[in-house]
Design a protein around this ligand. Structure first.
Ligand SMILES: O=C(O)CCC(=O)C(=O)O
Ligand SMILES: [Fe+2]
Length: 323
């Protein structure tokens, strides 16, 4: 393993100047910092994001509540039995190429809560654990809404950084696909040698909004030109934002989709929650509106998850037929 000569830190950007500008130039300053970070790292830390600390703490409590349910109760909510891949994923169920062992993490997925299943489960209802409203569904739903809004604002900032009007985001946010994944990593002492909390990967799509349990370090981001992993601290009220493969592709490589992984560094469990803001299923690259060969978000999604889920052929047919 290569030793770092000097510690590199991801840029920390206060985006409140964009969300609530007080004077001329506030928005532009944020756009510029985000553009630089997305170009250089594909990842950055964010404060001034507007998500209340009390809601973040509620979310942690809800994650504890669902993951502490008995194993049989969790397995009854298995995402493999759910038409929309919502619900529980047990430890050891996802395996990344090149890794000796499957990921140690367990997850719980929610998404847009639509009443009926559509498009092979791209849209549809969530599954909720049998817990009082205030111990899961209520706070999780509010948190989901808030990160949804934040995702849209971040997209607007990223688009402005590519000399697009912020309104361009409206072209692909009528009914955006926004899966949210709550994650629990086992204590480092329970993880086998060679096993990662989550193995090295890039995120598939648009903007990822990552919440980490304060002081539970573990995330590492690959820095291409330095050829080393950068440690990302888990700090209270600081979000980690990154660009997925679709953004890298759409921006012609201007913004990076960086590889990252999690090795739980602490002795206790580590909680995190990632919201993946992709966009409308039939939307194409808003930066090249006239390119007829552009794939839709739904097609890219079906392709990427082709080898992971059996439903994917059906999904591909559905997104094609409806396009
Ligand atoms: O838990 C984390 O800190 C990162 C999770 C992640 O990279 C993912 O779910 O794609
Ligand atoms: Fe990721």
């Amino acid at each position: 393993m290569k030793m770092a000569v000097e510690e590199v830190e991801l840029p920390l950007i206060d985006i409140s100047g964009y969300l609530n500008p007080r004077k001329p130039g506030d928005k532009e300053a944020v756009v510029q910092q985000v553009r630089d970070a997305a170009r250089q790292y594909g990842f950055f830390q964010v404060k001034g994001h507007g998500i209340p600390l009390s809601l973040q703490r509620d979310l942690l409590r809800c994650m504890d509540n669902v993951f502490n349910l008995p194993k049989e109760q969790k397995m009854k909510m298995s995402f493999l039995d759910n038409p929309c891949r919502r619900g529980y994923e047990a430890s050891g169920m996802s395996h990344r190429e090149g890794d000796a062992l499957p990921d140690a993490k367990e997850c719980f997925f929610v998404g847009r809560d639509d009443p009926v299943v559509e498009l092979s489960g791209i849209y549809g209802p969530n599954i909720w654990p049998d817990l009082p409203e205030s111990d899961f569904r209520g706070p999780v739903s509010s948190y989901y809404q808030q990160t949804n809004e934040l995702g849209k604002s971040l997209w607007a900032i990223l688009l402005e950084g590519l000399d697009q009007p912020a309104e361009t985001v409206a072209k692909f946010s009528k009914r955006p696909i926004v899966p949210m994944k709550m994650i629990r990593y086992p204590p480092s002492s329970n993880v086998a040698k060679g096993q990662f909390g989550i193995g090295a990967h890039t995120d598939f799509g648009g903007v990822t909004i990552l919440f980490q349990q304060p002081s539970k370090d573990g995330l590492e981001v690959w820095h291409d030109s330095r050829e080393e992993w950068i440690d990302v601290p888990a700090l209270e009220d600081i979000y980690i934002i990154n660009c997925g493969d679709m953004i890298q592709r759409w921006s012609g490589g201007a913004y990076k989709s960086a590889r990252h992984r999690v090795i739980n560094k602490v002795n206790g469990e580590r909680l995190s929650c990632a919201t993946f803001w992709h966009g409308d299923v039939h939307a194409t690259n808003p930066l090249k509106p006239d390119d007829p060969s552009n794939e839709t978000i739904g097609q890219l999604l079906a392709k990427r998850f082709g080898n992971q889920y059996s439903f994917s052929k059906e999904l591909m047919a559905d997104v094609q037929a409806a396009a």
